[in-house]
Design a protein around this ligand. Sequence first.
Ligand SMILES: [Fe+2]
Length: 384
Amino acid sequence: MQEFFEFGIGSRVLYKLGLASELGPIIDELGAQRIFVVADKGVVSAGLLAPVLDGLRGNAEIVGVFDSVPANSSVAKVMEGAQAAIAAEADLIVAMGGGSPIDTAKAIRIILTNGGQLLDYQGYNVIPARLTPMIAIPTTSGTGSEVTPYAMIRDEDQDLKLSFTSRYLVPDVAILDPLLTRSLPPTLTAATGIDALSHAIETFVSTENNPFSNGLALTAIDLIANNLRDAVQSGNDIDARGHMLIAACMAGMACANSYFGVIHALAHAIGGKFHVHHGTAISIFMPVGMRFNSAVVPDRYVRIARAMGVNAGGRSDKEVIADGIGAVATLALDCGLPARLRDVGVPEDALPELAEIALLDGAIYHNPRVATAAELLEMLKETW
Ligand SMILES: [Fe+2]
């Protein structure tokens, strides 16, 4: 165990069916007067935003609705939203959607509070002070962004995913309302669910794992193993949707404190370069990344296998670990996710450059096994 670790959950988390439409008392408690809403078009067209806005009115003024956030949001999009929020004199940000709108809203707050250019604040603990309050309402069960200190924003000039990390980025309130995830299509349910699973697994083996995040991670793995298939196959299964939302949030809390690993480093590389959906990229790299790491922390992978539902009785650790990795791969396959890089538009000749990009990605720093560029290239080749 680490001699020193820090564990914190900056967000107040509330769970209830229909809660997103009843935010009035929370707005009152925060003392907000001028609400700036960040969302994406999908949330608007699915009819999810209107009831939330209705629930906000009467408690405060809605001074702006910035609903043009794309998947894989960009520095330019954050700056556009920040200028609108500044002009509207917003004193509360409400973000609704998947990881992209929530991360965009987090980054908008940096500029709203501090001014300047977004790239001035890139990196780890660069933000100087507390930010404008924020409520995060996830409509996917994946990123856990509603409780994490991270914002991933694409730098379109460099084709890179930049990470912003600061405890000030953690949203003040996270609203878990499973009614909002019912309309998420099967493919996105699957990709975001596997992303949540990867947060739990990468956190559990990270060099910064600790007993608090371990507990959250193992429970998240168990919940995802038992609910993701149902959520994918029957979108209206509120029990499965609710458990997935909770699992993603728990995995988010875990990785907020214990970080990521090689699977995320590889996924960030192909997300930045080829705009592959984050969860889809993660899903492709899960088996190969787990195999790579299981060589150095086998005990951890036995526990992961058990949490995935593998029966460990009377068998060797090696067999149990292989079954655990197999269970993750089968879950992704059952959920209809692609297994190879060639199926998501990554050309073979790009692999060496992708290995170099992954080597420099911040997510790799806490991986339990040091990976060289050659080893990363091997993993990329194996998944191509
Ligand atoms: Fe992720």
